[in-house]
Design a protein around this ligand. Sequence first.
Ligand code: PSU
Ligand code: MN
Length: 300
Amino acid sequence: MTIVISEEIKQALQEKKALVALESTIITHGMPYPQNIETAKSVESVVREEGAIPATIALMEGKVCVGLDDDDLEKLALNSPAKASLRDLPFLMAKKQYAGTTVASTSFLAKKVGIDFFATGGIGGVHRGAAESFDISNDLVALSKISVCVVSSGIKSILDIPKTLELLETLGVMVGSYQNKFVPAFYSSDSPYLSPYSFESVDDVVSVLQKRKELNLKSALLLMNSVPREFEIPFAVMEEKIQEAIKESKRQGITGQGVTPYLLKAVKEITKGESLKTNIALIKNNAKLAAQLTKNQKII
Ligand code: PSU
Ligand code: MN
């Protein structure tokens, strides 16, 4: 199978340099143009500032690409990209399409080329009303089978946080918050839910990753990093906006893959763009932490 790896990343892999994988659904479905491209570039810069090399992963004309340049980012954003979770990859590759890769497919592809650290905004999870809709992201299942370290801002509050935590436990995915006792809720630095584990420092995370390596665990470690306080939208404020967005999505009959992008867009409109600023701040913050962790690459 053809994976197109950029020269810089190929060399970095050979020399065992620190690499951070970055997903692209956030570019294709998570943010509007042109903020999506600007964010993708600034997230890459943050990784570089920390002394690591960014590896943004996407599908370009059906080819899996690891490492995108500025031209590629534009092309990806402007060529009616699909959203590729794991099961979608073969179809979209065969049809030579452009696609953003989700947490599930990015983790899979990163691991396949030998990258162990991955930064994203928020993972998918158990949607509110899942008892009726059965809408549960493939991200959770994928994280139970791929041994990467994923840094995210916890669980998007458009989801059902306690149910998502329960399912992650069932699936054997270790979940821990970074310098926080609580599970961050994406736009909010805190949620009312206690985190199963809490890490004090980068070294603290590294020591746990080492033990996971000794045990040869095949699941991911999901590290939940709070959005910096100055950018957060408090949980109670966000809750109201989300209820409104969910009500509207139901009225419009949105289902399946469309739910997450719809809710993110609706929340952005309801908060008059404030949620987008938060989203940009948190992804940069996650990229920074992932890059700091990669200095200990050999531990997964
Ligand atoms: N968080 C965001 N924007 C996004 C996503 C997460 O702020 O676009 C994407 C991620 O790529 C995640 C996906 O893997 O949404 C989950 O989608 P679904 O619920 O359809 O599995
Ligand atoms: Mn879904």
